[in-house]
Design a protein around this ligand. Structure first.
Ligand code: ATP
Length: 267
C-alpha cells in the first residue's frame, strides 16, 4: 500500500480569494496561523505563539477542506492532506506508525500544514472503543504535544461534521483547542461563490447574480460550484450539436437549480 493512499502532499494554488464568504473564519485563521509569523515580535511581546491546532466543523461541502488548503497557501506552507478514514481501514494494527510518519514528512518541509479530514473516523465517540483507534489518538496527541514544544513551523488542522462526537482529549489546550464553525453560505457568501465560479465564463450581461443567490438558499458551496458547471454545459452541448455559440443565461441556471435539491437541510 502506497503512502499516497492516505496522505497527499502539495503546494496549494488556491488562496483566501478563491473562497466565497467566510470572512470571519479567514481572519481567525490569519490570527492563529499567519500573523504569528508575519508579526512575530508583536506576538512574542504579548507571549502568544502559533502551534495551536484548529478544528473546523460544519455541514458538508461548505469549504472546510478548501479553507485548510487556502490557509497553507496563505502562509506559504506545504499542505499535507490526510484522509483519516483511509488510515483506519488500511492500517489496522500499525496505524499509529503512519501518524508518526505523517509528522516526520511534515518536519522535512520548511513549513507545513497537516490536515486531518474526517477526524471523527479515528477520534469520534463511536470509534473510541476500538483498540487501534485509541492507539492512533494517543499517537496523534503525543505528536501534537511535540509540535508545540519543538517546532511551530508545523500547524495542524482537522475537520469534522460531528464536533460533538470528538474525543475530549483532543480539545485540551495546545491540541485542537480552537474550534471554528464553517457555516452554510448566507446570501452574500452565495453571491461571492457565484462570482468566483462565473468569473471566467461567458454569462448574459443581464444575468442578475443577486437573484441566483436569492434562489439558492440551502445550497452548499459545492452545490453552487456544480450548478455553474452544469449551467455552462447547456449552451456548450447546444453548440456541440451545431447550435449558435451563446452566453449562459438565466434559463440555464433555472433548469439546473430545479433539478437539483439543496444539500443542506437540517444540519
Ligand atoms: P466535507 O465535509 O464533505 O469534506 P468540506 O466542507 O470539506 O466538505 P470542501 O471540500 O471544502 O467541503 O468543498 C467542496 C467543494 O465545494 C470545493 O472544492 C469547492 O469547489 C466548493 N466550495 C465549497 N465552499 C466554497 C466556498 N465558500 N467558496 C468557493 N467554493 C466552495
Amino acid at each position: 500500500i502506497s503512502k499516497s493512499d492516505f496522505v497527499l502532499k502539495e503546494i496549494p494554488k488556491i488562496g483566501f480569494d478563491d473562497i466565497g464568504g467566510l470572512n470571519d473564519v479567514k481572519e481567525d485563521i490569519r490570527k492563529a496561523m499567519i500573523y504569528p509569523f508575519t508579526h512575530k515580535e508583536l506576538y512574542q511581546h504579548y507571549g502568544q505563539k502559533a502551534g495551536e491546532g484548529i478544528l473546523l466543523y460544519g455541514p458538508p461541502g461548505c469549504g472546510k477542506t478548501l479553507m485548510a488548503k487556502a490557509a497553507a497557501k496563505e502562509c506559504d506552507a506545504e499542505f499535507i492532506n490526510v484522509k483519516t478514514s483511509n488510515i483506519v481501514s488500511k492500517w489496522v494494527g500499525s496505524s499509529e506508525k503512519n501518524i508518526k510518519q505523517i509528522f516526520e514528512t511534515a518536519r522535512k518541509s520548511k513549513k507545513a500544514i497537516i490536515f486531518f479530514d474526517e477526524i471523527d473516523s479515528i477520534a469520534g465517540k463511536r470509534s473510541d472503543s476500538k483498540d487501534y483507534s485509541k492507539r492512533m489518538v494517543n499517537e496523534l496527541l503525543a505528536q501534537m504535544d511535540g509540535v508545540e514544544q519543538i517546532d511551530s513551523d508545523i500547524l495542524v488542522l482537522a475537520a469534522t461534521n460531528e464536533p460533538w462526537n470528538i474525543d475530549p482529549a483532543l480539545r485540551r489546550p495546545g491540541r485542537f483547542s480552537k474550534l471554528l464553525f464553517i457555516p452554510e453560505p448566507d446570501h452574500d457568501a452565495r453571491l461571492a461563490i457565484f462570482n468566483i465560479y462565473l468569473e471566467s465564463r461567458p454569462i448574459d450581461p443581464h444575468l442578475c447574480l443577486d437573484e441566483l443567490a436569492a434562489n439558492t438558499e440551502g445550497y452548499s458551496g459545492a452545490d453552487i460550484s456544480s450548478i455553474c458547471k452544469e449551467a455552462a454545459d447547456i449552451p456548450l452541448n447546444e453548440a456541440l450539436k451545431g447550435g449558435l455559440i451563446r452566453n449562459i443565461e438565466l434559463r440555464d441556471f433555472t433548469t439546473v437549480i430545479l433539478r437539483r435539491s439543496p444539500s443542506i437541510k437540517s444540519w
